[in-house]
Design a protein around this ligand. Sequence first.
Ligand SMILES: [Mg+2]
Length: 150
Amino acid sequence: MTNAAAAGLGLLQLCAVLAASVAGRVFAGCAAAIFEAARDDLRGERPMQISDLMDEANATAREKGWWDDERNYGECIALMHSELSEALEGMRKPGPSDKIEGFTAVEEELADTMIRIADFSKQRQLRLVEAIAAKLQFNKGRPRKHGKAF
Ligand SMILES: [Mg+2]
């Protein structure tokens, strides 16, 4: 082997090592990201999706017997109202939640509102996620304050 050929081969080997190193780092980076996502998911750290909320709220409500008997729409909507009224009371008299540590009463009641809406929507097989996306898009095209005073 000539000196030039040996130098060329050495250069190729160096390139191969560098390429393997870069590819290895990319692979290791991807694997680490996948591992971290899976770990976070197992820990419940993945940001909750609306569909997750619907599934979990409905599963818990069914487990606790809230859907053992047929319920009417009016009753369910009234219970959503009641949670908003509780949130208003939490604003009128600010304070901590007495059920979930580290949260305010307003936060708890707004969460209750969303849980009731998600549960109802899942039970009635409403397309809540799709409707929210469609309405958000529609709202972008509306005039300022939707053309109203308040
Ligand atoms: Mg409540």
